[in-house]
Design a protein around this ligand. Structure first.
Ligand SMILES: Cc1ncc(C[n+]2csc(CCOP(=O)(O)OP(=O)(O)O)c2C)c(N)n1
Ligand SMILES: [Mg+2]
Length: 575
């Protein structure tokens, strides 16, 4: 029997578009965040066929904008550790996914991204072009739109490839370092019949998950144990709940301060005795050993300077961040592997060094704890002072932190609430926007996180600019349609403050600084954002006075807990 006869002809068949969906479910994809188009003919037909045949399929969710689809897949992974799929319309849908792909690639978030490819043929074949768009959406190299952000890309050529190629896509995306993969799906291929038995067989290619070598771990442990002033720089948390607990214990036992500079996730509790905030100074210039945990830019080399004789260890899924052309932080030792298990291995290796009970470490612990307390007290005092007049973002953080105390909550921030004034104790309680800075992330990522963890109180905080970038009408529609009871804090300063501050930072006495207003940074006249949220029947409130905020946050949370619909609080903050 030749191969062609083996496929579909003998035995049961179905539309390849439906087979693709069934195979995705079998490899572990529960949700497809989808924005459909004319190229979806075989996907939609296949979905209905699969349902009629009672096949096990992923849940397809309608995404009114592709950026929301990418953000939700990102957030779902944050909440569950499971990669999901995004399926969009040809080159144009893919173009709207590009920022999401850049964000996911930078932050090692695995997403299976699919888009249709306009039919290749012009006539005489099932699924061929029928309308002018079929010509207008053709590209010489569609995958090039996201290739820089993809670990792997491929165009499906034959329907029977569905059996193997999806396994490969899933395994590559979930291998260390994780990241997005892209596959284009020509319409004619998905329109062909395809064998439908065996679609539910187990994943045939397991992801390659890396751990650091034992000898490198032993070397790293020696360096840290011997050091008099070791410091940890952590940026993407501690990898897992276990990693978080282990790093917290390690930092305490060995009296090692933990700097969380531009932290995307929490690595130790904010009020841990060794948590010294986000400023690399004075720690970096004092250090005689540095462990960098999963940090793309652990400090700013233009400002911060480790000692020439200070060994620097980088740990993480891709400790040298090899995707980026320029990133020249000195690395004397690199520990490649998933962060949680790497921290665990390091902590185990440090057990071999018994000097931690010594007087030197006891003194170091007391000294560092005192310094940590001073830093934290200052941060909290500054936040409290931000209550008066037009309130500060730091005051909003402090109030939010108090409002969610004792609840199972996660806070996302995209130029929203800063981490400093918050009191958070667990892994998974804090997420900041990706360092690729593709704005419009917080709202959809929070929707995805909420979908993965329905019982959690998920709080999406963001600047007014970031809210607009998120396509808020689409995001509110999703929140209502999927009954995702988010709390959204829109921290409104009526400007792109980060841009203005960057100009003033580089040209403190320049023309822009002396001008009446820094050009290209104002968002006046500010829209009535409340009406945008109300359009999708969100609970809403506006807060202008710092003293009113705690009460409004409490009311919003009460609404979420009792009515289970989403809420938006617009908070007017200082520029
Ligand atoms: C997609 C995208 N476009 C533009 C930028 C450039 N950018 C960086 S910060 C920023 C302003 C963000 O404004 P907002 O969310 O209101 O926060 P604020 O700076 O006012 O605190 C802009 C436009 C970006 N990072 N991403
Ligand atoms: Mg703003």
């Amino acid at each position: 029997m030749n191969k062609q006869e083996n496929i579909g002809i003998a035995g049961q068949t179905m539309t390849a578009g439906g087979a693709l969906l069934a195979r995705l479910k079998a490899v572990g994809v529960d949700y497809i965040f989808a924005n459909s188009g004319t190229d979806f003919i075989p996907i939609i037909e296949g979905l209905s066929e699969g349902e009629a045949k009672k096949m096990d399929l992923p849940t397809m969710l309608i995404m009114p904008h592709e950026n929301a689809a990418m953000g939700m897949a990102y957030g779902y992974f944050l909440g569950s550790g499971k990669s999901q799929a995004v399926m969009v319309h040809t080159n144009v849908g893919l173009a709207n996914c590009t920022i999401g792909a850049i964000n996911a690639a930078t932050e090692h978030v695995p997403v299976l991204l699919f888009s249709g490819r306009t039919p290749i043929t012009e006539k005489d074949r099932f699924g061929t072009r029928t309308i002018p768009i079929g010509w207008g959406q053709e590209m010489r190299d569609q995958a090039a739109l996201v290739r820089e952000a993809s670990k792997w890309d491929y165009e499906l050529r034959f329907p029977e490839q569905i059996y193997d190629i999806l396994d490969r896509a899933y395994a590559v995306a979930n291998s260390t370092p994780k990241g997005p993969v892209y596959m284009s799906l020509p319409c004619e291929v998905l329109c062909q019949p395809c064998r439908s038995d065996g679609l539910d067989k187990a994943l045939s290619i397991q992801p390659a998950v890396i751990e650091p070598s034992r000898s490198d771990i032993i070397r790293a442990a020696e360096i840290l144990a011997k050091a008099e002033r070791p410091v940890v720089f952590a940026q993407r948390g501690a990898g897992s709940e276990a990693g978080f607990a282990t790093l917290s214990r390690l930092a305490e036992e060995w009296a090692i301060p933990v700097v969380q500079y531009w932290a995307l996730q929490l690595a130790v509790p904010t009020d841990h005795s060794m948590a010294v905030g986000g400023d690399p100074e004075p720690w970096i210039s004092e250090a005689d050993a540095i462990l960098v945990i999963d940090a793309l830019a652990p400090w700013s080399p233009n400002i911060h300077h480790p000692r020439a004789d200070c060994p620097i260890i980088h740990m993480g899924p891709n400790p040298l961040y090899s995707r980026f052309p320029v990133r020249n932080f000195r690395s004397d030792l690199a520990l490649t592997g998933e962060t949680g298990p790497s921290i665990q291995a390091l902590a185990d290796a440090m057990e071999a060094h018994h000097n931690r009970a010594g007087a030197a470490i006891t003194d170091r612990r007391a000294l560092n704890a005192e310094r940590a307390t001073t830093i934290r007290s200052k941060t909290l005092a500054t936040a409290r002072a931000g209550k008066d007049g037009v309130m500060s973002k730091e005051w909003v953080s402090l109030c939010l932190s108090e409002a969610i105390a004792g609840k199972k909550a996660s806070v996302l921030s995209e130029l929203g609430c800063p981490l400093g004034p918050m009191t958070l104790h667990e892994h998974g309680t804090w997420y900041q926007e990706p360092h690729s800075g593709g704005l419009g992330w917080s709202f959809p990522a929070a929707l995805g996180l909420q979908l993965s963890a329905p019982e959690r109180l998920v709080v999406a905080t963001m600047g007014d600019g970031s809210y607009v970038f998120a396509n808020p009408v689409a995001c509110h529609q999703i929140a209502e349609a999927l009954k995702l009871p988010l709390l959204i804090l829109l921290v409104n300063n009526a400007e792109w403050g980060a841009v203005r501050q960057s100009v003033l930072g580089t040209y403190p006495n320049g023309y822009a600084a002396k001008a009446d207003a820094v050009p290209l940074t104002s968002l006046e006249p500010t829209p009535d954002f409340i009406l945008v949220a109300k359009a999708s029947r969100a609970w809403t409130a506006t807060v202008e006075k710092g003293e009113d905020l705690p009460g409004v946050l409490q009311a919003a949370i009460e609404h979420i807990e009792t009515k289970r619909t989403h809420a938006l609080v617009e908070i007017k903050v200082r520029p």
